[in-house]
Design a protein around this ligand. Structure first.
Ligand code: AMP
Length: 589
């Protein structure tokens, strides 16, 4: 693993680190650029315009092989950058100037959405080449497709069923085809397209180059590869890595969010997580700029970090983070390389990283020197599979969380107002205001006066106007059966007041009880009596009302009566347990 510094408490931030010294990377990772892959200048320009700073691992491996004309059998899920991996070599084939009517490339995809996405990607990458791309899928009027096919297209992106329709009508002619791509081949088979695929293969020239991408490689995919691919180069985006080098106290969580809601979701997550300092990774420079702007607009103090910035500019940004003028750093991988920020409490993947390596590398930024850290990933519903891949490869459970709801946020903000009022009551001389209360008290009930004052204080605290609902698309959060977790991740029963004899961990809480997650565990010296002490000290609960307590190495679980669960959460969030502020929330399954 590239990150090897995690456990050295003496490690200092060198004044002007060179990249190689601070973040050692594999040979393959260093210095490969799109230009270095020998793509046409028009393509390199388009990628730079899109803010892609460097190829992803699948692109680094697949593009040279495809440019050399070899067939490829690639195992890669959505989110790895696989579309550009096959699209760029196709575009490289397009000679500028007048081109034939019939397509040189056919890309088969399982769904209409993917057909549109892949077509858009081809348009974006091939904008300076004047590429003619036609998506064809069922449900769209066939007439328009016929006209376009007749006028001439370079690349057809099709679902198998609709491709067969056009082949039968002889409106899709594949005689001049140079490249055929099967994207998400396993999904196409699952959807029953096996026969269609065979028929389409039969209509293409033997001389074609064939590319097959699939998230999984079951034997049926192998069979297709054996029949239709010629001596393919197999590319698999490393699943072998483990998180051995990772510092132990990192909590990994993910939120599944639809793209339009990502910025809002991130804002809410940050509100609840309250990081000391967070590094947020984006894929492209454009995303970095957008997100920085959006977050600043929402009242966060975010700074963008770009690959193209001078060392001086970078130093200035880092200084702002160190002295607390900024608490969020938004960066691409390239820009973040060489940064060593020891005060980071959170690392956020604004998108699922393109490879397991990248995930592990990014996450190595938190939890250094034995500190606690949180690794958060925002995944779009389609990228769910990549999360599983990362989970399996790193052998770390990635807990899928629900994005805080408007109600959660309101509760949190009210809690902050309550805490501010409490502080004011305890710490300030309020006599000055007595005359106001007294004069109102002749007319109104004191409770009413208090309520109005709280309302004004609450409003004045400037709660952001982010009240849109974010649709919940969280998949059922069941541990992946293929994943092997660290043995010591499992909590150990401490038997405080619990009704013994229930199953091992992950059993249902006792009836009428809610189980809470507290982000401090045995490694930090947590004992059952510390939890009991914290709860009874901060709330009205008595020790005997507290249910079962489980203390795991990195977290603890405690059951409390349903009716007071929120009070306990709020009280514990505001206090310290064993000298630490802890994450406290309802346990999620
Ligand atoms: P894919 O796995 O092909 O669906 O790609 C996932 C996302 O990554 C898409 O939004 C692409 O625009 C983006 N992407 C692909 N390659 C790169 C790259 N080299 N740098 C940054 N973003 C990329």
């Amino acid at each position: 693993m590239p990150e090897q510094h995690g456990s050295d408490p003496e490690r200092q931030d060198p004044p002007a680190p060179t990249e190689a010294e601070t973040e050692p990377e594999s040979e393959a990772e260093r210095g490969v650029t799109f230009a270095g892959l020998e793509l046409r200048p028009e393509l390199v320009a388009a990628l730079s315009h899109l803010g892609y700073e460097e190829p992803t691992p699948i692109q680094r491996e697949a593009i040279p092989v495809l440019l050399a004309g070899r067939d490829v059998l690639g195992q890669a899920a959505t989110g790895t950058g696989k579309t550009a991996a096959f699209a760029l070599p196709i575009l490289e084939r397009l000679a500028p100037g007048k081109r034939d009517r019939d397509p040189v490339a056919l890309i088969l995809v399982p769904t209409r959405e993917l057909a549109m996405q892949v077509s858009e990607a081809l348009h974006r990458y091939g904008r300076d080449l004047g590429v003619r791309v036609l998506p064809i899928y069922g449900g769209q009027p066939i007439g328009r497709q016929l006209q376009s096919l007749d006028r001439g297209v370079d690349v057809v992106v099709a679902t198998p069923g609709r491709a067969i329709d056009h082949l039968n009508r002889r409106t899709l002619r594949l005689g001049a085809l140079q490249v055929m791509v099967l994207d998400e081949a396993d999904e196409m088979l699952d959807m029953g397209f096996a026969e269609d695929l065979e028929a389409i293969f039969a209509a293409t020239p033997e001389s074609r180059q064939t590319v097959l991408f699939s998230a999984t490689l079951p034997s049926r995919i192998d069979a297709i590869a054996r029949t239709h691919l010629h001596d393919p180069v197999r590319i698999r985006i490393a699943e072998s890595s483990t998180a051995e080098g990772e510092a132990p106290r990192v909590r990994h969580s993910a939120y599944v969010v639809q793209r339009p809601y990502k910025a809002a979701a991130l804002g809410r997550i940050l509100d609840v997580e309250a990081p000391t300092a967070a590094l947020v990774f984006c894929r492209t420079r454009d995303q970095v700029d957008h997100l920085t702007e959006t977050l600043n607009g929402r009242g966060y103090r975010a700074e963008a970090l770009h690959g193209g910035m001078s060392q001086e500019q970078r130093d200035r940004v880092m200084q702002r983070l160190r002295n607390g003028t900024a608490d969020l750093l938004i960066a691409t991988d390239v820009a973040a390389r060489g940064l060593d920020i020891d005060l980071l409490s959170h690392v956020v993947n604004y998108d699922v990283p393109a490879s397991v390596e990248s995930y592990v590398h990014r996450m190595g930024r938190v939890g250094r020197a034995g500190r606690e850290g949180v690794a958060i990933t925002l995944a779009e519903p389609r990228e769910h599979r990549m999360l599983k891949t990362i989970e399996r490869a790193t052998k770390r459970r990635i807990e899928i969380e629900k994005v805080p709801t408007v109600a959660d946020l309101q509760a949190r903000r009210l809690e902050l107002t309550r805490a501010a009022l409490q502080e004011s009551i305890l710490g300030e001389d309020l006599d000055h205001f007595r005359v106001v209360v007294e004069s109102l008290a002749s007319e109104f009930d004191v409770m009413e006066i208090a309520l109005a004052a709280v309302k004004l204080a609450h409003e004045a605290s400037g709660a952001p106007a982010d009240e849109q609902d974010i649709p919940d698309v969280t998949p059922f959060n069941k541990p992946d059966r293929g994943a092997r977790f660290e043995r010591d991740e499992r909590p150990e029963r401490a038997g405080q007041g619990g009704s013994g004899g229930r199953g091992a961990n992950r059993r249902e809480p006792a009836s009428g009880m809610t189980r809470l997650f507290v982000g401090i565990g045995r490694d930090a010296g947590m004992r059952p009596q510390d939890l009991v002490g914290a709860i009874t000290g901060e709330t009205q609960l008595q020790g005997k009302q507290i249910g079962a307590i489980d203390i795991a190495p990195r977290f603890s679980l405690v059951e409390v009566p349903d009716a007071v669960a929120d009070d306990v959460i709020n009280a514990l969030r505001d206090s310290k347990i064993r000298g630490k502020k802890a994450t406290v929330r309802r346990e999620r399954f």
